[in-house]
Design a protein around this ligand. Structure first.
Ligand SMILES: Cc1ncc(COP(=O)(O)O)c(C=O)c1O
Length: 420
């Protein structure tokens, strides 16, 4: 073995001297700040919850409803396929099932989505949302550093994806006053010209508000006018009350039926409570899907064939989703009773989070832990301060209603009392 000696002389195997040159990590790793849950751990670590109270975690959006039987059955029936390498583009059956589901859900005409060109399986949307920025952010756009736009507060992965791609993340403040959506009329042409991608979450994590079709149409129009990709994260789309929230593909249909400049992401993590399956998809612009497939053939976990088979069966089945929705609805009925008229409470258009205005989210989270053994997430941890130091999430807390009905009832009572 040869090593490079300090003098620049080569020393032979095991014979010193040689210098050990410190390896360098990618400095962009430093831009990935602590995940919100790590910050919450630090906030609560010095605080003891009250003795005799069972701590309850309402901070993480971890679905806990029963898994559909179809999942284990289909995995079992396809167990002989674990030994096979799966193709990066998944199976035709998976892609067809996703296109058929999208067409049913969003009333799309036959042929608008081509299973061969418009859809790709991903190992959950988290990795896809991060990685897609690496596929679509160029070195320069309009002669400048590209920008990636996203709402503030936001799902942390959007920011990580943008930073790691070398883009400038531009955080667009949202609040009750903006309907929890970025105000499109405030976007300057100079910014839009260098925008490479725009993340939108609808229904949104954390606020549960869904964008109207007209808003999505307008945003898609802007994306096309300025040549950037609109990435719509729709992973909460199936957990709604009575009315299914509109989707971005409907906006594309209303516009001209084309998929240019648009991808939507969805997964089975919330719809089928199957977060551990790590199964989702990205669908939309054929050129983006082709580029993303190319990147993924180097860089991403390919979905195993038994997982793809289970996912195919789950996208084809709606009964378990109806049952799942009913369980959430019952919990939001309880939340209506406990919280209506207080803390800016509203029933979300989609998802399983409550977004409550409590004045100081961090102080409220600390108090709920100290007095009621309830762990909730300060809204500010999902946002970032703007230039004036204002974090649009700091006055709120996010509460995940993922437990069973009885546990949720007790939690809501504790929450209402603890916040009073
Ligand atoms: C807004 C949002 N997008 C995407 C994800 C990722 O979900 P998954 O990777 O399980 O599909 C989550 C998970 O909590 C989320 O809240």
């Amino acid at each position: 073995m040869l090593t490079l000696a300090a003098t620049g002389v080569l020393a032979l195997g095991g014979v010193r001297p040689y210098v050990c040159v410190r390896l360098m990590l990618n400095p962009r790793l430093e831009t990935l700040s602590d995940y919100p849950f790590r910050r919450l751990e630090r906030l609560l670590a010095p605080i003891e919850p009250p003795p005799g109270r069972m701590p309850l975690d309402l901070s993480i959006g971890q679905p806990m409803h029963p898994l559909p039987a179809l999942l284990a059955e289909t995995l079992h029936a396809h167990a002989h396929l674990w030994g096979r390498y799966p193709p990066v583009a998944g199976t035709p059956a998976f892609r067809e099932a996703v296109c058929a589901w999208l067409a049913r859900r969003y009333h799309l005409p036959a042929g608008m989505l081509d299973p061969a060109r418009h859809v790709l399986p991903v190992a959950g949307t988290k990795e896809a949302l991060f990685l897609i920025a690496q596929a679509v952010v160029p070195e320069r756009k309009a002669g400048r550093q590209p920008a990636v736009l996203m709402p503030n507060p936001f799902y942390n992965v959007y920011l990580g994806g943008a930073l790691f791609a070398g883009a400038e993340p531009v955080l667009l403040p949202v609040s009750a006053a903006t309907g929890y959506l970025p105000a499109l009329e405030r976007l300057e042409p100079a910014l839009l010209e260098r925008t490479a991608a725009f993340y939108l979450c609808s229904p949104a994590n954390p606020q549960g508000r869904a964008a109207e079709r007209a808003y999505l149409q307008r945003l898609l129009g802007v994306a096309r006018q300025y040549g950037f990709l609109l990435i719509v994260d729709e992973c909460y789309s199936e957990l709604y009350n009575d009315e299914a929230p509109p989707g971005a593909l409907e906006a594309a249909l209303a516009e001209d039926g084309r998929l240019d400049n648009l991808v939507v992401c969805n997964s089975l993590s919330k719809r089928s409570s199957a977060a551990g399956l790590r199964s989702g998809f990205v669908a939309g612009d054929a050129g983006v899907i082709a580029g993303f497939t190319r990147l993924r053939s180097y860089a991403a976990a390919v979905q195993p064939l038994p997982v793809l088979a289970a996912a195919t069966a789950l996208w084809q089945d709606e009964d378990h989703v109806v049952a799942n929705r009913r369980l959430y609805r019952e919990k939001f009925d309880l939340a209506d009773q406990q919280l209506a008229g207080r803390f800016g409470y509203y029933r979300p258009d989609g998802g399983f989070f409550l977004w409550l205005e409590v004045g100081d989210g961090e102080a409220a989270a600390a108090r709920l832990w100290a007095e009621a053994a309830l762990k909730v997430l300060p809204g500010g941890y999902l946002g970032r301060p703007d230039a004036a130091g204002e974090n649009p999430g700091q006055s709120a807390i996010r509460v995940a209603l993922v437990h069973d009905l009885a546990t949720t009832a007790a939690a809501l009572a504790g929450l209402a009392a603890g916040l009073s």
